[in-house]
Design a binder for this molecule. Structure first.
Ligand code: NAD
Length: 252
């Protein structure tokens, strides 16, 4: 789909990979709604790109539905959804210091996995009722998993499960939505320089960058955004999860 003139929702668009994607979509002429739990971050990005900011907790059915309705009121119905909202809460190794807290496990699943599904179902329901564009296409959805889906590290039981769930649902959801002319793909990033990663000590960031076979560095958010745009524009890409990780395979 040509994003020019289309309405796009980017969740987690107030920071990191989502912010870069919102900026890239706006550069291509899309009208972008930034959904974020942090409204100040979202408003700053929206202000920069002439978009609109809407506070939304992606894990909540009510908050998601209200935000999608608000986009429609302000801009019109969205055909593009990029799901970047996510959390990776602090390393907690199972089997240490007593039973792993279930509330923390649930929170990661609720935001990263259920939040992604929540936004897909809300945007797809609306996009399916729109007039088809070129080739019968009505919408396109890009999700964000992680290489942790394949290669979860110590302390990543919840995060890896949430991202594995996103990878697992990509093909069936794409097949479900194919009849509506809506494509669904997922990007599984390696390690990217975003605020989520900024908390890591510099020497850890350096050694992670050095572990990337090529290009031996961490990814730039603009490189994620370029792939998200490619997925939006390339009608043949559907149901696929693409690793964007410089071929890194991590030792535990
Ligand atoms: P980030 O922390 O910079 O941005 C995430 C944004 O999501 C924030 O603005 C935050 O406010 C928002 N958010 C969090 N919970 C939310 C909720 N419930 N509802 C709405 N918004 C919410 O992180 P990032 O590095 O840009 O990560 C973006 C996505 O990419 C995440 O899903 C993350 O798991 C995934 N990812 C990141 C990396 C990386 O190396 N940075 C690697 C693999 C996967």
């Amino acid at each position: 789909m040509n994003p020019n003139g289309q309405i796009a929702i980017v969740t987690g668009g107030g920071s990191g990979l989502g912010e870069a994607t919102a900026r890239a979509l706006a550069d291509k002429g899309a009208r972008v709604a930034i959904f974020d739990i942090g409204i100040d971050r979202a408003a700053k990005v929206a202000g920069d790109i002439g978009g609109t900011a809407i506070q939304c907790d992606v894990s909540s059915a009510d908050s998601g539905a209200a935000a999608v309705a608000e986009v429609e009121k302000r801009l019109g119905p969205a055909r593009i959804l990029v799901n970047c909202a996510g959390i990776a809460i602090g390393v907690k190794t199972i089997g240490k210091d007593g039973p792993h807290p279930l509330d923390q496990y649930r929170k990661v699943i609720e935001i990263n996995l259920i939040g992604t599904f929540n936004m897909i179902r809300l945007v797809a329901d609306r996009a399916a009722k729109l007039e088809p564009l070129q080739g019968g296409e009505r919408g396109v959805i890009v999700n964000t998993a992680s290489v942790a889906a394949y290669d979860g590290q110590i302390g990543q039981a919840a995060y890896a499960a949430s991202k594995g769930g996103v990878v697992g649902m990509t093909l069936p959801v794409a097949r479900d939505l194919a009849r509506s002319g809506i494509r669904v793909c997922t990007i599984a990033p390696g390690i990217f320089k975003t605020p989520m990663m900024a908390g890591m000590p510099q020497e850890v960031q350096d050694s992670l960058g050095a572990a990337v076979p090529f290009p031996s560095r961490l990814g730039e958010p603009s490189e994620y955004a370029a792939l998200a745009l490619h997925i939006v524009e390339n009608q043949m890409l559907n149901g696929e999860t693409i690793r964007l990780d410089g071929a890194i395979r991590m030792a535990p």
